[in-house]
Design a protein around this ligand. Sequence first.
Ligand SMILES: Cc1ncc(COP(=O)(O)O)c(C=O)c1O
Length: 427
Amino acid sequence: MKDFKFDVDRVREQFPCLSKTVNGNAAAFLDGPGGSQVPVRVVEKINDYLFYHNANSHGSFLTSKESDRLYWHAREVFADFLNCSPEEVTFGANTSSNNFMLALSLVRTMKAGDEIIITEIDHEGNRSPWRTLEDFGMVVKCVKVDPVDCVLDFEDYREKLSERTKIVAINWAANACGTITDVKKFIDLAHEYGALTVVDAVHYAPHKWIDVKRIGTDFLLCSPYKFFGPRFGVLYVKKEVGDQVKTIRVMADDNTEMPFKFETGTVPMELACGAAEAVEFIADIGAKYEGCFEEELRGCDDGRRKRIIAGMLAIEAYEEPLAKKLRAELGKIEGIKIYGPKEDYPRTPTVCFTVEGANAADIGKYLGEKGIFVWDGDFYAVEIINNVWNLTEAGGLVRIGLAPYNTENEIDRAVSAIGQFCRELRG
Ligand SMILES: Cc1ncc(COP(=O)(O)O)c(C=O)c1O
């Protein structure tokens, strides 16, 4: 990386919501892992679709043809985002829905006693769909997480894998503690046993660039509302695998063509347009900073994919030092315990903590009244937060997540307010 200076003001001016105030304080949106804010251009794209191209698919008249073209264009944009072909990009309401659809599809060709591996670190969006298959006679096993290092236990995974394993559903970045897992290692081993792999990249996608070919997964999920888009879900399906899968959808046995066979009914085309525009927003950030990442981008062909990678590298290079500062400053406050991997371990800029003697909800409320928006609770990472860390009574964790529109001043405000909360707590 050379001569990198992120123009955060240029980013911020595209997000109208950042002008909100609470009790006279500027709102600081540190709630990104729950869903990011949306730039004007994304909303305009959705409006444009609904105003001028709105029609159902596969008609023989103008707006329907335009609609089909725009919908396919969205697949092309996500193909660049993921490094796959447009036929491998499928869309749905959100990641959880896509994953339920996938689970209920795959179970059509499974038999009682087949095994599925999930993990303790995952969000329920990548656990509940697979656990549902227990009702169909499948056996679900769960890989342990180290409660201190917050890293999945690879030896436990190895022991749980066998010829009976048909599916491994794994997390790329944990929304509860930010841990980034070396998913390629898990995927390679799963494939040695002939199991299919499903990667939850929902918390990974807003912070790092994705290459589905490099990790070799069969399926991957992400949710554009976590990276500047509308509420929407994207499911990557490896073509040679998808061709073989019996799916669930309207008249599934007649609709066997990729990618349509993975879309259960009428699709939210306007949201696909908005989601694709969110990726273009990232690519435009990349266009500005490509020169700073010549080394990292060596070998990339010019075009949208290269700009997307450059955009994600710029976002990461901006967010990382802020997150580091946040962890360092929070660590100095008496009574705070940060949950996450060791400092040098791969992680997202998401910082989770408890305050000794306080309920997480009270901290969230205290900060919210000062215009500092953070999440508290279990964020549906129920297993790790409530059962591994036993934080139910403490109200779970407080979670601060960074986005490229956050500023150092917002971090300083958050740290100062949390420090004040702790001092008031101790009297
Ligand atoms: C890591 C992770 N996986 C899955 C999900 C579920 O995604 P969706 O809300 O699109 O169903 C979330 C949502 O917060 C998440 O953070």
